[in-house]
Write a protein that binds this ligand. Structure first.
Ligand code: GDD
Ligand code: MN
Length: 392
């Protein structure tokens, strides 16, 4: 018979003496016997809880061979505990799947086989969601906790994923119940540089898994009220989560690229303006008809700004896809130049012309804004990314 794949249920604990013993008994005597296709292990990650949680675990280790304990002298935060736990599960326990699971019975143990079934079906990241049919929050939650949970979830979804399909697909981004595939996911994920070692790590792991291309599935989570011990969520937890989410978005490579693209675009506009004045002055003795002179002057200035945009984007925005001197660069520059004329001159000019013709000349500036921000900027962004500096 083939060896069964290994699932490690990782339970971080801090002062959970009131529930951990019962939880371990429940997992080993009721939950795991019903799971036939997996070899299940439990890893408790405790920070030497003052209430002696680890002593309860040590006592249970005499009874359950597949029970492990990672004990640290320092309080590491829930995120820090999971990083330690995941490393231990991969290195020492040969985990194929790691499950994030709370030790306080708020996560129903009977969801564990459901998570594993989805992994067996080919999903890489299975999330317990309180927001889909069959999932729910505890009845007793006060307005404040509910508010933070709802708003926090929505902000996280929006900031991290809008407008991609994950914005609609991931309904409960702060959920604490998850199963993650190890191979090519947890084992490739960077856990050394985290913005948060507290509850914000949840969003960080989620973001990283999405970026690694995990196939994601949600299963309903009925999140129960605590029956023993206390929640470790603090007033600053909401702040920690928002901070993590914004840092993830800000330092995302695409955000950074877009910012550079924007700065260079703005700079190109300045060059165009300065160039227009300079060329108009230089040509003042050569061309006497003002209209023709300004047309020529602006064409020259626009060309200078197109060239500078190309060079700066090549060296800075798209330095990872940088084009080096050669026929390919000449070809790409020709495409860039043509598309810049279309997206930056012809199309916005048509929008301004048509808009003012229909709605009146007083809307000239409005149509300039519409032309630039709704046509030039998005069109350039897509052409740069998908054509000129296309990733291999
Ligand atoms: N080792 C260790 N160190 N464990 C910790 C620490 C820590 O610093 N902080 C919390 N834990 C453990 C707790 O003992 C518990 O077993 C688990 O992590 C979850 O912590 P709770 O304090 O029970 O969190 P919660 O129930 O309020 O929050 C739950 O719901 C949130 C969504 O609303 C968790 O599942 C969160 O992960 C989830 O985001
Ligand atoms: Mn809890």
């Amino acid at each position: 018979m083939n060896k069964l794949p290994i699932a490690v249920v990782v339970i971080p604990t801090y002062n959970e003496a009131g529930s951990i013993g019962k939880m371990l008994d429940h997992l080993f005597t009721e939950t795991f016997p019903g799971i036939k296709d997996w070899s299940c292990k439990v890893l408790v990650v405790d920070d030497t809880s003052p209430d002696g949680t680890y002593k309860v675990v040590q006592a249970k280790q005499k009874k359950y061979a597949n029970l492990y304990l990672s004990l640290s002298a320092k309080k590491s935060g829930i995120g820090g505990a999971y990083v330690r736990g995941f490393r231990y599960a991969m290195k020492e326990l040969g985990a194929d799947v790691v499950i994030e699971f709370d030790g306080d019975f708020q996560h129903p143990p009977k969801t564990i086989p459901l998570l594993l079934n989805e992994i067996a079906d080919g999903y890489d990241y299975v999330l317990g969601s309180r927001k889909i049919k069959g999932g729910s929050n505890p009845k007793g939650w006060g307005f404040k906790r509910l508010f933070f949970s709802e708003v926090g979830g929505l902000v996280a979804r929006f900031v991290l994923f809008f407008p991609t399909k994950n914005f609609f697909r991931i309904t409960d981004p702060t959920t604490g119940l998850k199963a993650s595939r190890v191979k090519e996911f947890v084992d490739t994920m960077d856990m050394d540089h985290l913005y948060s070692r507290s509850f914000g790590y949840k969003l960080e792991f989620l973001y990283k898994m999405v970026q690694l291309g995990a196939k994601i599935k949600e299963v309903p989570l009925r999140f129960y009220a605590r029956t023993a011990g206390e929640s470790k969520i603090e007033p600053q937890t909401a702040k920690d989560i928002f901070r993590t989410v914004f840092l993830l978005r800000w330092f995302d490579p695409t955000t950074q690229k877009f910012l550079k693209f924007g700065i260079i675009g703005l700079f190109g506009f300045v060059i165009n303006k300065v160039g227009l004045d300079t060329f108009a002055k230089l040509l003042s003795n050569l061309i006497s008809v003002v209209g023709i002179r300004n047309t020529v002057a602006n064409a020259l200035a626009a060309e200078v700004s197109i060239i500078s945009n190309f060079i700066l984007n090549n060296l800075w925005t798209f330095k990872n896809e940088k084009l080096v001197w050669g026929t390919k660069l000449v070809r790409k520059f020709t495409t860039f130049n043509l598309s810049s004329v279309v997206s930056g001159i012809i199309l916005p000019s048509l929008v301004i012309g048509l808009g003012t013709q229909i709605f009146g000349d007083q809307y000239r500036f409005l149509f300039l804004i519409i032309g630039v921000f709704f046509i030039t900027v998005p069109l350039n962004w897509f052409i740069y990314n998908l054509v000129i500096w296309k990733k291999r």
